[in-house]
Design a protein around this ligand. Structure first.
Ligand code: SAH
Length: 366
């Protein structure tokens, strides 16, 4: 049996793992034993899983493995954030970023190879789209990052305290694989994070937001970025399908059972595009009845984009208006920009299946 046909144990959440061991004729507790070896200790070699019987270890070696994405590159920023480029089995590469701030360690993971949406201010969009990541490839980023940071030295005190699905891709277009991966992030036998510390970020796919709230309890962030449909259609084209009023309704529904009873609204601050004082007031009005907090993200530039970041003064003024209107508002400091690890700068290496990259090249050479 070669590596490609072997079962990747990272594809299983707890229930999947139990079913797998049951099919082997093993007791259910084997599932949690193996999970702990993998996620608590970063052990991927069955021979080192000393509380399993020799027979079981041999059997696992024949038909299963713990297949991690391979580190293609590893960059450390001056501000201590760290970015990995992970190579997947099919040669595509995805990016994952670790951001340690004030005692918290946030890992930003990807959910797709590229992205099929075409947000005008995001560099992932320019890479086109290849495919959804598997559950094993999503949780594999968390495990590979934990191992690289030093899982075994930090036993009990984990370096990764929060996970955000804010890397490459639209997680709600890959719900089937994202949900089991998030279960593993929150599972005590795996990463054991609380639902307040696992956040899915979406461009606003309304039906999938409802589906998510029925399926799993996690924090939600919505990429809003505009206060009227005309501008949002341009920045986040999926808005044409799910316009702002519908999106706000969906946010209200989600907030009811959400961790903290709130959702996070992300708003990229782009110079002269969406950053006027009038828009700050509009935003305050729009969010009046939506239980939420606002995250302002100064636009991070990338090659090929004509947008510029709003000035510090403009961002501060925008924030003041929201705070004065009673909205909890924070400005996310740009992190890791010296290694292109900031929001919207993640680019991976995508074997594009759409014609988008080709079209962009033509447009630029014209
Ligand atoms: N598809 C999901 C998750 C990926 S984007 C979503 O749209 O939410 C994660 C966050 O980074 C989003 O809020 C996104 O709007 C923001 N972002 C994208 N490009 C950016 C850029 N160039 N500068 C700053 N933030 C950006």
């Amino acid at each position: 049996m070669n590596s490609e046909t072997k079962i990747n144990l990272l594809d299983f959440d707890l229930q999947g793992m139990r079913e797998y061991f049951a099919a082997l004729g093993e007791k259910p507790f084997r599932a949690t034993q193996v999970m702990k070896w993998i996620y608590h200790f970063g052990i991927t070699d069955f021979d080192e899983m000393s509380n399993l019987s020799k027979v079981l270890r041999e059997r696992l070696k024949v038909e299963a493995e713990v297949r991690l994405p391979e580190i293609a590159s590893d960059h450390l920023s001056q501000d201590h954030s760290r970015k990995w480029l992970f190579r997947l089995e099919d040669g595509n590469c995805i990016e994952t970023v670790f951001i340690p701030v004030d005692g918290r360690g946030t890992l930003c993971v990807s959910s797709q190879v590229g992205c099929s949406l075409n947000c005008s201010f995001c560099s992932t969009a320019q890479q086109g789209f290849n495919r959804n990541l598997t559950t094993g490839e999503i949780i594999g980023q968390v495990l590979a990052a934990s191992i690289a940071i030093g899982i075994s030295e930090n036993r009990g005190e984990r370096a990764i305290t929060n996970v955000v699905l804010m890397g490459m891709g639209e997680p709600l277009l890959n719900v089937d694989n994202v949900v089991p991966a998030m279960r593993l992030m929150m599972e005590d036998n795996a990463f054991g994070l609380s639902k307040r510390r696992v956040t899915l970020s979406t461009s606003g796919l309304v039906p999938a937001m409802d589906q998510l709230s029925e399926t799993i309890d996690v924090s939600l962030a919505v990429s809003l970025h505009a206060t009227n449909d005309e501008l949002r259609d341009e920045l986040v084209p999926i808005n044409k399908k799910y316009p702002i009023a519908e999106l706000m309704e969906a946010c209200r529904r989600y907030a009811v059972g959400a961790p903290h009873g709130k959702i996070t609204m992300e708003y990229v601050m782009i110079d002269g595009v969406n950053d006027s004082e009038a828009e700050a007031r509009e935003l305050a009005k729009l969010l009046k009845d939506v239980p939420s907090k606002v995250n302002l993200i100064p636009f991070n530039p990338f090659p090929g984009s004509d947008y510029r970041s709003s000035s510090d003064r403009t961002v501060r003024r925008f924030q003041e208006i929201l705070i004065d209107a009673g909205h909890i508002t924070v400005t996310r400091r740009t992190r890791g920009d010296d290694i292109d690890a900031a929001c919207g700068q993640l680019a991976g290496r995508v074997q594009d299946r759409t014609r988008r990259t080709q079209k962009l090249k033509l447009e630029r050479s014209a």
